[in-house]
Design a protein around this ligand. Structure first.
Ligand code: OFO
Length: 171
């Protein structure tokens, strides 16, 4: 059975993951409007990943005898001043989410909830990947600013990304 404090903290993270899905969905719309289908595809996959993260938390709370309570999702921004600015915002957002995951682990430790701590370790590892992948694209886009045609190549590469559900990643 999950404790009330852990249940509340995980419910807040469910909302945060939904916001993550929402902000990346707003980026899909932005990139589509900029005629960058590859960037839009990358963000579309990111939205699917965030939804999967949310469901992973949802199922855990339910399995542990807790109650999921959904709250309103904040409105994300509509526009970014450049593709680089959008990916920088994505990288910053992932750093924010990493901080939230670390605080959730702190709650699990304080509450002596070893099951929640073990469950959350998947998210700890996932955040390393989330930050690394967003930062790599930021670095590529920074280099592309000085190379004509590079944006086309990056967009094409980002168009190759496909979605792998977390359950197929050994989690
Ligand atoms: Fe759910 O990892 Fe990104 O936000």
């Amino acid at each position: 059975m999950i404790g009330k404090k852990m249940e509340k903290a995980l419910n807040e993270q469910i909302n945060a993951e939904m916001y993550s899905a929402y902000i990346y969905l707003a980026m899909v719309a932005y990139f589509e409007s900029e005629n960058l289908p590859g960037c839009a595809n990358w963000m579309r996959i990111q939205t699917q990943e965030e939804t999967a993260h949310m469901m992973k938390l949802f199922d855990y709370v339910t399995e542990r005898g807790g109650r999921v309570v959904l709250k309103a999702i904040d409105q994300p921004p509509k526009d970014w001043k450049s593709p680089l600015a959008a990916f920088e915002a994505a990288y910053e957002h992932e750093q924010f989410i990493t901080g939230r995951i670390n605080k959730l682990v702190d709650v699990a430790i304080q509450e002596k909830d070893h099951a929640a701590n073990a469950f959350l370790q998947w998210f700890v590892s996932e955040q390393v990947e989330e930050e690394t992948s967003a930062d790599a694209i930021v670095q590529n886009l920074k280099m592309a600013e000085k190379a004509p045609g590079a944006m086309f190549m990056i967009d094409r590469e980002l168009g190759q990304r496909t979605f792998t559900p977390p359950t197929q990643e050994g989690a």
